[in-house]
Design a protein around this ligand. Sequence first.
Ligand code: SF4
Length: 498
Amino acid sequence: MPNSLREACGVFSAYDHEGDPVFPCIYWGLRAQNHRGHQSHGFTTFDGSFNTHRNLDLIPKIKRKNIQDWLNKLPGNVGIGSVRYTTSGGTSEESLKRGIQPVLAETGKVRVALAFNGNIVNNSWLRRRIREKFPGFSYECDAELICRRLVMELAESHDLTSSVLACMKEIEGAFSVTGITQKGELFAFKDPHGIRPLCCGHSRNRKLYATSSETVGLDINGLEYDFEAEPGELITLSEDGIKRKQLTPCKRRALCGFEFAYFARPDSRLGDKYVYEVREEFGGNLGKEHPEITNKADMILSVPQTANDAAYGLHEETGIRWERATRRHRYVTERAFILLARERQTTIDRKVNLLDRKLRGKTVILAEDSIVRGDTTKVVIQKLRNKGAKKVHMFVTFPRIIGPCFYGIAMATYSELIGSKHDPQEIAEIIGADSVSYQSLDAFIEATGFKKEELCLGCATGKYPTPLAQKMADEMKERFDRGEKETGRIYEIAVGIE
Ligand code: SF4
């Protein structure tokens, strides 16, 4: 998507009760989910002791001749892994290296390896709490906070259930966690609102059980889907299969609405639908909601892959041709955000080929999943105009983003969001479009198959599902409206708000 927006993380874990190595399963489970985090990857397996490989960048392709080296390095029938994009901790190369998951924490004989997807809202409070006991505690990522708190509890109670419950009660935010204890117990749990996805599955012969952020992690391994973990649920995977325990009652579900529009892979399942089916409905809804534009359009275009399904749904609804006049150069794979702002235009030029003979003199609807900062969308529209497009109307599937995210998506301030300051008409002027039309919130919700009160839509509505996030958002908004400069991720600063 051309918005330089970053994902949070993806996790995968596996247990093989016949003792076979799980590294291959974890490797493929995460390769299928590399879209959730590009900055780093890591694996931890357990064969009586912890074995770890952690590195920056995408998960590497493994050459056939090197497979045995990897298996030797990561032995064990229990394992977890992560792909990460940082939404907490430092962003220097050294910080990124130190923040690679899985992380490991220990106190006395208690040791835990842990990886998670999400973001902690009461981050600064939790850091202070941990430093009361461990003054030298240094922090590079939220996984360390959860892992350290869990280890502190385990050292006292020696009971996984009560320790996880203590973490669930104390930590506010989004956290879908996988971990291994020093006894080789494999566990997973979800925050009491279930903001990030986490599903479970098994092999046909039931010798292997797994958890995965998205169902594609199960699919690539030929595993059968069992269930989506409930908010506030602890899951353990062992030779007895998958055991589930509801630790806290779920008062308010809040699955991230943005997963449907952008983050999740189209072939993953969320609820009863594949994500691509939801996105097709999004496109159809936009067609129904804006006939005044579709009546005059010559073609539908989609530049980002995440909007292809919406473009198809819009085509089905309106009968307007979805013209594939925007083609990616297949092997130019750099993502816009890894480059400096001044380099982005060149990269988009190199990544996407726009076919001028198809575009000249045409009125175009450009399908898009979201507009966050608007910087790269502006470049795409300029390119379409340079190629001769007469009019460019933006159809955006995710409702206007008016506020930051505290739960693991890299949009942490009001000032970076074009939709926090401008209405659709102003946004159209800024990005050079003839118009910008967002899907209505009601239509968006209905297409997901979830109820409004089962989704987080905080960045689109300003109503956040957890209390501290709401307090921070309100405080930030007041400061922003007063014209004060925002200085970074408020959940890591949070002075005077907690
Ligand atoms: S605030 Fe927005 S991006 Fe963040 S979890 Fe909620 S819906 Fe998702």
